[in-house]
Ligand binder design. Structure first.
Ligand SMILES: [Mg+2]
Ligand SMILES: [Zn+2]
Length: 229
């Protein structure tokens, strides 16, 4: 009997977005809406319209919030963020079939790590941005910035740089995501599981994608070797 992974043309590897994908909503937008620092909504509009890079916009938005609010902001996210159904089942599937699973997030360490804590994903499989609360306002740091090959240039956390470490000839690269931080990566993988703006973009560009609602949908698809049953 064939195993699900032998149905793929090459060894599968998964790259999964965090905000709006693993969590039900985008935590950065949720924080801005709740604390409502003057000017944040213009910045979000500029990011969505791609007039401003994710790196620039996210940096500017957090710079609107005083560092003294660190605990309040963190507690707000940790108490309001919900995890999309089936996430644990997807992790279990990856473990059972020895499929590498990476979190590639444009989110920030101070909420990404605590929210993922219950799931036991090794720390070196989680990529996200950093934070510094020592100044007057929150400063975002970029430990995984773009590499020389990224034609995008200002991702903040460069998903394509992480994906490129897994050679196209050896791996069947799968991206899971929902929005703007996933657009560059979607262009270079073999298959996209998409929601929301990412679905629209995949349709526009004719990229191979499967719209999903829960991680259970993804597991049943992976069980068929990435094909529709
Ligand atoms: Mg997202
Ligand atoms: Zn990049």
């Amino acid at each position: 009997m064939s195993t699900p992974t032998s149905l793929f043309p090459r060894k599968p590897v998964l790259f999964c977005d965090f905000d709006g994908t693993i969590t039900l909503n985008d935590n950065i937008v949720a924080v801005m809406k709740h604390f409502n620092p003057p000017g944040w909504d213009e910045i979000v509009k500029d990011i969505i319209a791609e007039r401003k890079s994710v790196k620039e916009g996210v940096g500017e938005m957090f710079a609107l919030i005083p560092s003294s609010m660190q605990n309040e902001v963190r507690d707000y996210i940790l108490t309001t963020a919900g995890i999309r159904p089936g996430f644990q089942q997807l992790l279990d599937w990856c473990k059972a079939h020895e499929v590498p699973f990476y979190v590639t997030s444009g989110g920030i360490d101070f909420f990404v790590y605590p929210l993922l804590e219950p799931f036991g994903i090794p720390q070196d499989h989680v990529y996200c941005n950093g934070s510094d609360f020592t100044g007057d306002t929150i400063r975002i740091t970029w430990p995984h910035d773009c590499d020389a090959e990224c034609d995008h240039g200002a991702c903040g956390m460069c998903k394509t740089a992480v994906i490129r470490r897994f050679a196209r000839d050896d791996y069947y690269r799968i991206l899971i995501g929902d929005s703007i931080t996933d657009f560059p990566g979607a262009k270079i993988v073999d298959l996209v599981f998409s929601r929301s703006h990412l679905t629209d973009r995949c349709v526009q560009l004719g990229l191979p994608h499967v719209p999903f609602e829960t991680f259970h949908d993804i597991v049943s698809y992976l069980d068929q070797g990435g094909r529709q049953s």
